[in-house]
Write a protein that binds this ligand. Structure first.
Ligand SMILES: [Zn+2]
Length: 73
């Protein structure tokens, strides 16, 4: 998991959205991390995809061969 350091003592307008890096619009909650619900969704969707890609990458070649051998009739 990627750690994100957020300074909550900064007003929302001066902090950056964790998805696009743009400034959070003024009036957002003090603990807001994203500039819009769309960017919140995209951030989480891409993080899940990245973790799945990491899991596939961590599989060793022996694991993949064993898996393929099981599938053969
Ligand atoms: Zn954004």
């Amino acid at each position: 998991m990627i750690g994100i350091r957020v300074h909550f003592d900064e007003p929302a307008g001066r902090r950056a959205c964790r998805y696009c890096g743009g400034a959070l619009p003024p009036g957002k909650r003090a603990d807001a991390l994203d500039c819009s619900p769309d960017h919140r969704t995209r951030y989480h969707r891409e993080r899940v995809a990245a973790e799945a890609a990491d899991a596939r990458r961590d599989k060793s070649e022996a694991d993949i061969r064993a898996e393929l051998a099981e599938r053969r009739p």
